[in-house]
Ligand binder design. Structure first.
Ligand code: GTP
Ligand code: SPV
Ligand code: MN
Length: 605
């Protein structure tokens, strides 16, 4: 991948329109695929065209192979069930590597492997790994077709689950050959589930070679290589080289009662509420007044400054790989609509009639089901029916509130960027940063309690800068500097906010109702972006007075709101001390803006 490539450069058209996918692949593609075939030695190679018919055949084949179980087609038309290996249920951050010639390129927060050593090690694992198996060739595009930022990837995989999932999650098929033309600028994604042994599991990224090699896992973020591996790790590296941004963010449209439309991007760490916020249904009174929320994306956003100096954004994905537990018709009705048909359910409970169940789906649990491991489950058995990180894979077009601009190659202008974490204590419901540079500091010091989306301890606060800690393809020092530099490309940068839906009281109860009611906070945020709402200056930033948040019909008093907004100076001091854990890793490399902002915060206390 050439350094400094112009992201707006158009590719020349494909050599031959029409014909078999195999015939349409250009020389560079064919050469690379042949190398991978020689290495992996599959019995069979299947070139995929991304059609709905093909996806159907994949499901049928998967049912025969025991990869999928056909769900009750009356209740859940087009839906299939998949059980993963029990040791393969979440991203494995300790087995994820950035592979470069020198360690500095990966930086202090990534696992690093020498690129040559990594290729050698993984070549040993890939050698002959597809004997007796089929290799699926999955050409795909990340981003609306024709967008200046759209990227082509080709994934080679021996997993039918991955093939079917990629067909939902990306714009897969012939569109990729059209977009690629005769160029060799595509991400080379090689994947094998191997023997699903965590001791032989490596998710390796080679940013300099535009290459991803993933071995030994079939789980989402480890195996659907267009998602976290390409659209965040490789893309963040490319974005830094080419002056754009790849972020772990949702993207939503908000129409106010006057018909004015704004777009908001928000970065929350894994399992901290992006899908739910992106599909938010406003409370009745807001709906009646004419507020309307639409979804562009729920996990990844690519952004660039246009010629007028406005930040514009697209969602590179075409589907949702969402957390299942806790999803129901009260918390997220739009997600429930999305997953009624044409959806893959992974690691949820399976009911006797071929329907599915999970914790939080209904108030009353079923009398019995099979749990995510296939064992008989009853409500009193002491185990969970669904794995806490069980997931749905659903096409974006199923979303009843999909934004019309979702497929627009020009993207949408972003008015506000929101950072948020899962914090039981200390962090108030909402505040606004003083300006872009302060906002970058707020994002860089984002803390959140860990969740089941990655293996390891759950519920401990860790620093997760911009919710990107596990997804950075390069040195965090250069990433933070990139955020500061992007400011210079913008005439009127988006306002930056911080939210926390998860603060708890001394009884351990959430102090804010969350979900649809988050609309009330969003209203203040949007009004702030347009100079239409009041705020007071606090040590953390601008905050609404209790009367600036609409509490009508919420059953919360102004003093309840004051409690969820309260700032305890001693707790903030501890917070600053705990930020040092990240800053020490950066040592002498901490951008000066971060140091100044930290000093200014301390001086405000
Ligand atoms: P990834 O797909 O892992 O990136 O997660 P995500 O950020 O999209 O999180 P998601 O929206 O799936 O929410 C994760 C969990 O948080 C689910 O169990 C939700 O029910 C819960 N959740 C989401 N929003 C809220 C909220 O406003 N309040 C509370 N209390 N819980 C929420
Ligand atoms: C996350 O963990 O942030 C996810 C799920 O969105 S995965 O695609 O597995 O990374
Ligand atoms: Mn995510």
């Amino acid at each position: 991948m050439a350094k400094g490539t112009d992201p707006t450069k158009a590719h020349s058209p494909a050599p031959a329109a029409g014909g078999s996918p195999e015939a349409r692949a250009n020389e560079a593609v064919r050469r690379w695929i042949q190398e991978c075939i020689d290495l992996c030695q599959p019995d069979k190679v299947v070139w995929c065209n991304g059609s709905l018919d093909e996806r159907k055949q994949m499901f049928e084949q998967g049912v025969k192979d025991g990869v999928f179980i056909r769900l009750n087609q009356e209740k859940l038309p087009g839906c299939y069930y998949h059980r993963s290996n029990q040791n393969d249920v979440a991203r494995t951050e300790h087995l994820t590597f950035i592979c470069t010639a020198n360690e500095d390129a990966a930086g202090p927060t990534n696992n690093w492997m020498d690129a040559k050593a990594a290729y050698a090690k993984l070549r040993g694992l890939f050698k002959g790994c597809m004997k007796g198996r089929t290799m699926y060739v999955l050409p795909f595009v990340m981003g609306p077709i024709g967008s200046p930022l759209a990227k082509v990837g080709i994934e080679l995989t021996d997993s039918l689950y991955v093939a079917a999932s990629m067909s939902i999650m990306t714009r897969m098929g012939d569109v990729a050959w059209d977009q690629l033309g005769d160029s060799d600028e595509f991400t080379r994604c090689l994947h094998s589930v191997g023997d699903v042994n965590p001791d032989r599991r490596y998710i390796c990224h080679f940013p300099k070679d535009n290459t991803i090699w993933s071995f030994g896992s079939g789980y989402g973020g480890n195996a659907l290589l267009g998602k976290k591996c390409l659209a965040l790790r490789i893309a963040s590296y490319l974005g830094q080289q080419q002056n754009w941004m790849a972020e772990h963010m949702l993207l939503m449209g908000v129409r106010d009662p006057s018909g004015h439309k704004s777009y908001v991007a928000a970065a929350f760490p894994s399992a901290c509420g992006k899908t739910n916020f992106a599909m938010l249904i406003p409370p009745d009174q807001y709906k009646q007044a004419g507020w309307q929320i639409t979804t562009l994306g729920d996990d990844i956003v690519w952004m660039w400054a246009d010629k007028d100096g406005r930040l514009r954004a697209i969602n590179p994905e075409a589907g949702y790989f969402g957390v299942v537990p806790g999803t129901n018709y009260q918390t997220n009705p739009n997600a429930m609509e999305c997953i009624k048909r044409d959806t893959i359910y992974t690691n949820v409970g399976l009911l006797p009639d071929g329907d599915v169940w999970w914790e939080g789906k209904t108030e009353d649990p079923p009398r019995e089901c099979l749990d995510w491991t296939g064992q008989k489950w009853t409500p009193d058995c002491g185990r969970k029916a669904a794995h806490p990180n069980s997931r749905f894979t659903a096409p974006a077009v199923n979303n009843p509130v999909l934004d019309p601009a979702y497929d627009d190659p020009d993207g949408v202008p972003v008015s506000a960027i929101i950072f948020g974490g899962r914090r039981s204590r200390t962090i108030p419901l909402v505040f606004q940063s003083f300006n872009w540079v302060h906002g970058v500091y707020v994002g860089a010091t984002l803390g959140s309690e860990t969740t089941a989306a990655a293996t390891g301890q759950v519920g401990v606060v860790r620093r997760d800068p911009m919710a990107m800690l596990p997804f950075l393809g390069y040195n965090i020092r250069d990433y933070l500097t990139h955020w500061f530099r992007m400011r210079k490309r913008m005439k009127d940068p988006p306002r930056i906010f911080h939210v926390n839906w998860f603060r708890k009281n001394d009884q351990g109860r959430f102090m804010w109702p969350g979900f649809g009611e988050n609309m009330r906070v969003l209203e203040w945020i949007l009004n702030r972006t347009r100079g239409r709402a009041a705020a007071v200056e606090t040590p953390l930033g601008w905050m609404p007075r209790p009367e600036d948040i609409n509490l009508d019909g919420l059953g919360m008093t102004a003093s309840d709101l004051a409690a969820v907004q309260s700032i305890d100076i001693d707790e903030v001091k501890s917070e600053i001390v705990s930020q040092e854990e990240l800053f020490l890793k950066l040592a002498g490399d901490l951008p000066k803006e971060i140091i100044f902002q930290r000093e200014l915060l301390i001086s405000r206390l």
